[in-house]
Each structure stands twice: as C-alpha cells, then as structure tokens.
Write a protein that binds this ligand. Structure first.
Ligand code: GAP
Length: 442
C-alpha cells in the first residue's frame, strides 16, 4: 500500500487533500490521472446499470435533503458508532477497537495510544453524520446533514421517477454521488474516507419476488466486478450474519475484494434486500402515499427494494491494488513497475513517442497524436531514452505505446508495443486508430 500511495502521488493519481496545510484527515483529491480512472469506472457502472437497460432510470438528487429524511431513514437515531475518548492524550477510538482490553471507563483499562491506565471514558454513541446549518441562522430549526448515503435521494423520488417515465414494477433507479461520514477510524488510503462517492441502484419489486431479484442482482454485480479485470481469486461474497445486518436489511451480501496486507478481504459493494422499510418510513414521516398502483391487477402496494451499493473510491483502490506489479523484463537489468489495469479503465490509452527529435519524426508523431486524441486520451512524450519513456507509461497503466522511428517517415509504418506482453507490432500509421480502437474495445 505504501508503494501505491507514493506512486499515486508522484504520477498524479491521488493527492492528500489540502496537503500544503498539513492535510485534512482522511480526505483525498484525485489528480489528472486519478480523475480519469475514477470517471472510467463511473462510466462503466452507468453504462451497465442505466444505458444498457430499459428497466433502470438515472437520477442526480441533491446532497442536502430535508432533515426529516434522516429521521425517517433511521440515521438520526441509529447511524452511530460507539466511541471512547482518552482524557489524557485526547485520542478517540471505536469502543470495539481490538487494542482496547477490558471495558472502557473502568480503572484498569489502558489507552492504546498513550499507554495511560484508567484514562479511557466509557463508550458513548457518536453519530457519523456531518451536521451543518441551512440559511443565516445557526439554530436547531436550520440543521441539515450532508447525506451519508445516496439511497435516500432515490426513495424520496420513487414516485417522481416512476410516474414521469411510466415504469412498471419491477424497475430500478440509479445514481452516482458524494456521501459523507464522520468516520471515527478512517484510513488505509482511499479505503475508508470521510468524503467518498457511491454508485447506488435501488430496484423496486413486488413483495414475494424479492429474494429472486436479490439473487439476480448478486450475480449481476459480481459479473461487473469481474468485467473490471479484478482477479477471480481476489473476489468473494460475504453473507451478513444476523448481528451484522443493518437496521433496514432483511438479507445482505457484500462483494469483498482481497486488498492484501493487513486489510485482506474487505467489502467493496453491498447488495441488500431492504424490504419495504424505506418507503414505509418515508410514507409515515411525510404523510404522503408512496404506493405503486399495479393497473392490470388493480392493486396498490409498497414495493420491496433490492439495493446494490458500491463505493467508487474503494473500487478505484481495488483496481489499483489488483493492477500493481513489479517485475523483471527479459534481457534488461532494470525491472519495471506496471499498473496492469484493464485497458477500458486506463486514463491514457496510448502514448506516442518519436524515437528522435529530428528527421520529421516529431511532426509525424504530432499528426498521429492529433488523430488519436479525437478518439481517446493519449500522451505525447519525446524526452529521455525510449526505455525510460516505456517505464513512465507502464507505471501509470498506459496499455499501448506507439513509436515513430526512421522507417516510419519513409514507409508510413509505426510500432505498437503492448504493455503486458511487451509484443511489438509493426503496422501502417493510417490503420493505427482502427487497430487501437479494436484492442481497446472503444
Ligand atoms: N446505501 C447503503 C450503504 O450506504 P454501505 O455498506 O454503508 O451501504 C456502501 O456503503 C458502499 O459504500 C461500501 O461497500 C463502500 O464501498 C462504500 N463506503 C462506505 N463507507 C465508506 C467510506 N467511509 N469510505 C469509502 N467508501 C465507503
């Protein structure tokens, strides 16, 4: 992870937020390459979940919602973690931190940070929602929350979307957006942060058909993770036990990814059967009927919800961890670092290198760059040895490198090097765009 964090910073994938001020706790900024990678992940999700289906519609609900939403959803009362403070060093811990031996608040318990005995407070519940005020008056009447999940924006718009698009149950609503949680123990780079992005889909089904749809969505979502190139043996399902189930869930499975090191297998996506919990709550709290009218059967009911909720940042981390490798190159002394990410996710699809800065090579390379740039992101590089230029692109995951050499200006051919196999193909420059587009699947 340390090597990945350092590469991410050095090459413009991910920076610490407000770094020049010493950083903001567990908040990260995506640099030029990171923003492209994350956008590619979001596009793949949006295409699979919305564009390619006629039974799911998109939504972009606001982050700030009516405060009653969070009472209805159960977040005001129940979105809490048990927290313990040290009176001596002022550090805070989750009460279930494995380093705390014994019951916090009793005299013999030792603080895991400063080592003092009897300084830990008893556990108290800490709400993870960020609170702020709407309008100029900072009083209890103007409290609003930064949403801790995007899902509620979908529930409150259930009838708006259903009626405006004339969808029939079963159908889904999908959205991508920021969520905020004042996590007590964030960390592991972008794995657990206080500001993150979710890609959530709520699928509304007739009660009684919910477990069938739950199984369907489990399968679909696992297929999607495989389609990103995540290794088979690094993905698995974890079924929630009764104790693990969230307050809204009747059944839940996590898609877990093996991050290696101390993290090991961890959740990247949750698939939940939420029953009619959310729509019932919003119907009660808003006093507005949210029932679906099934015209052919002349029946009214509150649909059940199957939710798929995947973290965009966590998936980005999984893609980076999955792709990172260090290897030796046959016939070369120097090894290389490769970010073997799926070509569809790579921020730069091809790098263009003139072998030398003379003999018309840069001009031809610039013409090729211009032609390719109209189709996908490319990078032009004429500095340093060709080996160094290959290494620079391998390290950021560019799947193809195109070299323009002495022969190119005579016969109009170029070489295309494949990042993973290192195989070089000599092809006509005027066939290059088609050749790369086919390989990239764009
Ligand atoms: N609406 C259901 C829901 O929010 P969740 O399991 O709390 O469920 C879903 O979150 C996904 O959001 C997780 O699988 C994870 O990928 C991502 N996520 C949750 N908290 C996060 C955090 N603090 N930092 C980064 N990603 C987070």
């Amino acid at each position: 992870m340390d090597k990945l964090v350092s590469l991410a910073k050095r090459r413009g994938y991910i920076f610490q937020s407000s770094e020049i001020y010493g950083g903001t706790g567990s908040v990260w900024d995506y640099g030029p390459l990171g923003v492209e990678l994350k956008k590619n992940i979001k596009d793949r999700w949006w295409n699979a979940m919305v564009r390619m289906r006629d039974d799911i519609k998109g939504l972009d609900a606001a982050i700030l919602m009516h405060p009653r939403v969070w009472e209805a959803s159960g977040h005001v009362a129940g979105f809490t973690d048990p927290l313990v403070d040290c009176k001596q060093c002022k550090k805070r811990f989750r009460a279930d931190d494995p380093r705390i031996k014994g019951t916090p608040g009793t005299p013999d318990v030792v603080c895991p940070a400063c080592g003092n005995r009897g300084t830990l407070s008893a556990a108290r519940l800490f709400n993870l929602m960020f609170k702020t005020f709407m309008g100029p008056v900072e009083d209890t009447a103007s409290v609003v929350y930064l949403r801790p999940e995007t899902a509620q924006g979908i529930y409150v718009n259930f009838l708006n979307v259903q009626q405006s698009t004339r969808q029939k149950v079963p159908f889904g609503i999908a959205q991508i957006g920021k969520a905020f949680r004042n996590e007590i123990t964030p960390g592991n780079f972008i794995f657990r942060t206080r500001e993150f992005e979710q890609m959530e889909m709520q699928f509304f089904v007739k009660p009684g058909t919910d477990m069938e749809w739950f199984e369907y969505w489990k399968g679909e979502r696992m297929k999607w993770h495989h389609s990103l190139g995540l290794a088979d043996d690094r993905l698995m399902f974890h079924q929630h036990t009764k104790e693990e189930l969230a307050h809204y869930a009747r059944a839940a499975f996590d898609v877990q990814f093996d991050f290696g090191g101390t993290l090991g297998f961890q959740e990247i996506e949750g698939v939940h059967n939420r029953g009619d919990f959310d729509l019932t709550q919003h119907q009660t709290f808003s006093s507005k009927k949210l029932e679906y009218f099934d015209q052919p059967n002349n029946e009214r009911y509150l649909p059940y919800v199957i939710e798929t909720s995947v973290g965009c940042d966590r998936t980005t981390l999984a893609v980076l961890v999955n792709g990172y490798r260090e290897e030796t190159v046959p016939g070369e002394d120097e090894g290389r670092v490769v970010l073997g990410i799926h070509p569809s996710l790579a921020p730069i699809k091809a790098a263009i290198f003139p072998l030398t800065k003379k003999d018309g090579q840069p001009e031809m390379a610039r013409r090729i760059e211009k032609e390719l740039r109209a189709k996908f992101p490319v990078d032009y590089d004429e500095t340093g040895s060709i080996g160094k230029r290959y290494r620079r692109q391998d390290e950021v995951g560019t799947p193809f490198a195109v070299t323009i050499d002495g022969d190119s200006t005579n016969d109009g051919t170029v070489t295309v090097r494949d990042r993973d196999t290192l195989k070089q193909d000599r092809i006509a420059a005027d066939r290059l765009a088609g050749f790369l587009a086919e390989k990239l699947g764009v």
